[in-house]
Design a protein around this ligand. Structure first.
Ligand code: F6R
Length: 611
């Protein structure tokens, strides 16, 4: 999704803006641009369709010099990717430049109004209305114009604004789209996400909805929607820039797959009960846990798949009905939720628009809310609050395809299931202790699972030209297959689908024929025989079956499939956490073999801040 950056200081802004945009490029984009206030207080705009290299080439040919500027990577929503639709956008005379992340929902009405007032629009974007609107409202103070504009704008936005009448000031504003502000030693920075600021400062502040900030050489002032100054505590970022860089791996995705043992350890260690049966991190008393009647886990994409595993785990251990649902469906389906129900939003970024809206809907209906979230200070985390947010400590995830965040989300789900099970009296203490001991051993086993990489590289080299891949499994293995299919399709562009193995014969088996590839996941002993008979049905149609299989089950699976990728043994609920590793590596290796842009798959964005 779009990324915005801004700089004010004494250095040349363009290289700083370009560096910030590069750091945000993981969010996905199709064009980029910057606006800089230079000599004679004139705004220079440079923008180019495609990769940041195109913009860099343009800047090399015609530089933009000046010490105040804004920059943008655009992920097209209104209007095709093009030089013209790229941000920044300006008013007719080019005296006000704006970058924007989000969607202005009333842009058509505003466009009609501003056109009648003499504005001439040159792009198809919703953003351009903001530049013209600011010009229309400007009476010598951009802060006032911004406040009035915000009262008129409907939708989501993170904005960066510069204007030639106030050449020494950088403005920004937000509503429902992330925006971080930093200031150090006479230099101010704004960005959509922390990695873009980390090489400049570790002390940042997060704007709240409908707030604006004014940055000049003297510092930052923040105002609420009425123009009243508001105070913000600075948030200190304690993770390192190195953890947001590739560290010798060919791609972020591969690095992040390899970081999973550590992520598992970091997420589990602070939550391991010091006293058996006491789960201090769980924001529910034993009484409240017992009174719960239902849980709704709501999320999008990969985070939703983690939620599905959460459903299986919580239902099994805590004997509580759980719904796992896609946020974009949940928010509009008039859900039945209220007191004595727990709503859990799962989100790596904590900024996903649909998940945020679903969370707000659940709060509005009186549900108790919690979040499983990876980004400290993100909107979802802040809306739920410190106590209710269960942070996954996966560290910054840069590759668009989520791997280590998913891993820790699933781990968090299992920990939640254990805690709820014990507090509700449905999971005996000994059983809970055994599972917790197994969780502690998981990082070492995850290291072992990573050893499947060379096998998968070889396999992918032979299979990378496949046009379709099916993923099958039963129970938890079906939930895992859904994630495996999503991972493969998003990074390799191979059509892939997941089916519950028992469902194959109800339709999808018609697609099976010689040459088709089916990847089975087999980690659940209780479902082994049933899964094997399903796989026989597949091989009988001439399709090739590869199985990711728990070591202790390998012997029974041999002979029924073409190739087995073994994973270490673990408890039934934890085995999926190991099985997902070869499945992620499979997607990665297939994408590399096909020459795909693994970290930035086409059309995708890391943080989906629009509906
Ligand atoms: C796929 C992927 C997406 C995200 C989804 C939700 O690899 O990363 O499906 O899981 O967009 O994002 P978050 O977790 O940030 O809410």
């Amino acid at each position: 999704m779009c990324g915005i950056v801004g700089y004010i200081g004494k250095r040349n802004a363009a290289p700083i803006l370009m560096d910030g945009l590069e750091k945000l490029s993981y969010r996905g984009y199709d064009s980029a641009g910057i606006a800089v206030i230079g000599a004679g207080d004139r705004i220079t705009v440079r923008k180019a369709k495609g990769r940041l290299e195109n913009l860099a080439a343009l800047l090399a040919a015609s530089p933009a010099e000046g010490c105040v500027g804004i920059g943008h990577t655009r992920w097209a929503t209104h209007g095709e990717p093009s030089d013209l639709n790229a941000h920044p956008h300006t008013d007719v005379k080019g005296g006000i430049a704006v970058v924007h992340n989000g969607i202005i929902e009333n842009h058509e009405a505003l466009r009609r109004f501003l056109t009648a007032e003499g504005a001439v629009f040159v792009s198809q974007t919703d953003t351009e209305v903001i530049a013209h609107l600011l010009k229309h409202l400007y009476r010598g103070d951009m802060k006032e114009a911004l406040l009035r504009a915000i009262a008129m704008l409907e939708g989501s936005y993170a904005l960066g604004v510069v204007c030639d009448a106030e050449p020494g000031v950088l403005y920004c504003a937000r509503n429902d789209s992330p925006l971080v502000v930093g200031f150090r030693d006479g230099e101010g920075f704004i960005a959509s996400d922390i990695p873009a600021l980390l090489s400049h400062t570790r002390d940042v502040l997060f704007l709240e909805d409908k707030e604006i900030a004014r940055l000049d050489l003297g510092g930052v002032s923040v105002y609420d929607a009425y123009g009243t100054p508001s105070h913000h505590e600075l948030f200190h970022v304690d993770w390192d820039i190195d953890s947001a860089e590739k560290g010798g791996y060919a791609h972020y995705m591969l690095k992040e797959i390899h970081e999973q043992p550590e992520a598992l350890q970091k997420t589990f260690a602070p939550r391991r009960p010091q006293t058996p049966g006491v789960y201090e991190w769980l924001p529910l008393s034993p009484e409240e846990a017992r009174r719960l009647r239902k849980i709704s886990i709501v999320a999008c994409g990969t985070a939703y798949h983690a939620g599905v595993i959460g459903k299986y785990a919580i239902e099994r251990l805590a004997r509580l009905p759980v719904e796992a649902e896609i946020a974009s469906e949940y928010r509009y389906r008039d859900p039945i939720i209220g007191e004595e129900e727990l709503f859990i939003a799962v989100s790596q970024s904590g900024e996903t628009a649909d998940t945020l809206a679903a969370l707000r809907e659940a709060k509005r209906r009186g549900a108790r809310v919690m979040a499983v979230c990876n980004v400290v200070g993100s909107t979802i985390a802040r809306e739920v609050g410190e106590v209710g947010t269960l942070y996954t400590y996966a560290g910054p995830e840069i590759a668009v395809a989520s791997t280590k965040a998913y891993m820790t989300q699933v781990e968090m789900m299992v920990m939640l299931a254990i805690a709820l099970g014990e507090l509700r009296g449905t999971l005996p203490r000994q059983e809970a202790d055994r599972m917790l001991r197994e969780l502690a051993q998981l990082p070492a086993k995850a290291h072992q699972a990573l050893e499947s990489e060379p096998l998968l590289q070889r396999f992918a080299a032979g299979a990378s030209q496949k046009k379709h891949v099916f993923f099958v499994g039963r129970g938890l293995d079906y939930a895992l297959s859904m994630e495996a299919a999503l991972k493969l399709k998003e990074v390799s562009y191979i059509f892939s689908e997941a089916y519950a193995a028992g469902e194959l014969k109800h339709g999808p088996i018609a697609l099976l024929q010689p040459g088709r590839l089916v990847v089975a996941t087999i980690t659940q002993p209780a479902l082994l025989e049933k899964t094997i008979s399903n796989l026989r049905e597949v091989t009988a149609r001439g399709a090739t079956v590869v199985a990711v299989c728990r070591e202790s089950l390998v012997e029974k699976v041999e002979g029924s499939v073409e190739q087995i990728i073994p994973i270490p043994d673990a408890d039934d609920l934890l085995a999926p956490l190991l099985a997902v590793i070869p499945l992620q590596l499979f997607a990665y290796c297939m994408a590399v073999s096909r020459g795909c842009d693994v970290d930035k798959p086409r059309n995708l964005a890391k943080s989906v801040t629009v509906e």
